[in-house]
Design a protein around this ligand. Structure first.
Ligand SMILES: [Mg+2]
Length: 136
């Protein structure tokens, strides 16, 4: 799948700290054949890729549509379809499917939401496979 992560309050905190387990989970998703992108309403966040050394696990950065999500993908240059999105705002998740992640917990080291993202993706894939088998 093409997996799109929002940035602010999804991968990083208000004070620019990375959510725990991010490297581990992104590496696992990549090794399972997924392609992971960042997108943000604040633009292409290469500075976040740079700051947290995510080059090996992030395939690209895009601008995220904040309204008319599907219709605006071409004008924003989003050239791949978001199969699954992770966002602290509900709307993109309602539109594309994915995981509505709560803001990072305090203290941050106790935040295990990235592990929940991984588990949710696994059950999403299992459900999808089940539907395909039932249809097929
Ligand atoms: Mg956000």
């Amino acid at each position: 799948m093409n997996i799109f992560f929002d940035v602010d309050y999804t991968l990083i905190t208000w004070d620019y700290r990375l959510r725990p387990h991010t490297h581990d989970v992104l590496r696992r998703l990549q090794s399972e054949g997924h392609t992971v992108y960042l997108w943000s309403g604040m633009g292409k966040r290469w500075e976040v890729v740079e700051r947290f050394a995510l080059h090996d696990v992030i395939a690209g950065c895009f601008d995220k549509p904040l309204y008319n999500h599907v219709a605006r993908l071409p004008e924003l240059g989003v050239s791949v379809w978001p199969d699954y999105v992770i966002d602290d705002h509900a709307e993109p998740v309602e539109v594309f499917g994915g995981y509505h992640i709560p803001s990072p917990r305090t203290p941050l080291h106790e935040d295990d939401e990235m592990l929940r993202v991984y588990d949710h993706i696994q059950s999403h894939l299992a459900r999808r496979t089940g539907e395909q088998e039932a249809a097929g």
